[in-house]
Design a binder for this molecule. Structure first.
Ligand code: NCD
Length: 305
């Protein structure tokens, strides 16, 4: 975290201590999206979205409102960002308007850090380029703990485009801090060998059977068709080798759960039987996004007590 980032900022998981992660998760468990808790009464949460978002944006907004805050959404399209205003000038502007917390999603890695370095309000990273997506990692950890009770002895297989995934990067940092065995699986171009050095306890494999054997959690990641063009592996081959199907899921532990940060592409990363099946936790992840982000926002305002 930049030296002078405001207390309560959440810029990434990599430098967050395990104890702090557990504190956030514990507080999230006390949050009920159906029961308003005015911890942020009268505060203004600015949602600055330079990239498309459905789940992240709506759940930050609902979380903020449930805590009694006002929310203002600024999207790149239709704002002065389109006119060429710099990131920092937009930051100074929303601060001057009265933002108490800034939630930012940006296509460039490090954009939230720049913002945090120059503004005296907490900044929350809602996804920065290929770097991190800390609130997603926290809601995924929350979901895992809801289903598996503890991280102890767990094995997770993360399958898909790991190279382009900030979700995978943040998940690896988080789960590694708790000793979870992490197996990254996919073709070489999407899962480079070097991904194993991201954090301790990570192994890379090209074979789905290898990744699924003995696995408690299967996390699938979006694969963008465009990203396969020009690679050694084409779409039909990706599907043939890595798509999650009921037959494949049987290779994992009997009580394994399937996760995906969304957006899911049915017929690509997974079949509809998997997406809608009994082992899918995909919508539960979305639901858990709200209490998790309530905790993140309460923490940002020093109200996580
Ligand atoms: C992800 C993202 O934007 O990083 N989505 C999300 O926030 N749930 C994953 C993706 O776009 O593939």
């Amino acid at each position: 975290m930049p030296m002078n980032a405001a207390r309560g900022s959440l810029l990434g998981i990599e430098h967050l201590e395990a104890a702090e992660i557990l504190k956030i998760l514990k507080f999230a468990r006390r949050m009920n999206p159906d029961r308003p808790r005015p911890l942020l009464k009268g505060k203004r949460v600015l949602l600055l979205f330079y990239e498309a978002s459905t789940r992240t944006r709506s759940s930050f907004e609902i979380a903020a409102k449930t805590l009694g805050a006002h929310t203002v959404l600024v999207q790149a399209a239709g704002s002065s960002i389109e006119k060429g205003e710099s990131l920092l000038d937009t930051g100074y502007t929303v601060r001057a308007v009265g933002a108490d917390v800034i939630v930012i999603r940006h296509p460039n890695a490090g954009a939230p850090h720049v913002m945090a370095q120059h503004l005296d309000v907490p900044v929350i990273n809602a996804g920065d380029g290929l770097h991190e997506h800390p609130s997603q990692a926290l809601l995924d950890a929350y979901t895992i703990l809801r289903n598996k009770k503890s991280f102890k002895g767990l094995q997770i297989a993360i399958v898909g485009d790991i190279f382009h995934s900030r979700v995978a990067r943040s998940a690896c940092h988080l789960l590694s801090k708790f000793g979870v065995k992490i197996i990254l699986c996919g073709p070489e171009e999407l899962v480079p060998e070097v991904a194993a050095t991201l954090a301790p306890g990570i192994r890379v494999t090209r074979h789905i059977e290898d990744a699924l054997r003995g696995t408690d959690v299967v996390m699938l990641l979006r694969v963008q068709k465009e990203r396969l063009s020009g690679l050694k592996i084409d779409l039909p081959e990706y599907i043939a080798r890595y798509q999650m199907t009921p037959a494949r899921l049987k290779m994992a532990k009997k009580d394994a759960v399937v996760m995906h940060p969304g957006p899911i592409i049915r017929g690509l990363e997974l079949t509809s039987e998997i997406a809608d099946g009994a082992q899918s936790r995909i919508l539960e992840e979305v639901r858990n996004g709200v209490p998790t982000r309530m905790a993140i926002l309460a923490r940002a305002m020093g109200r996580m007590r």
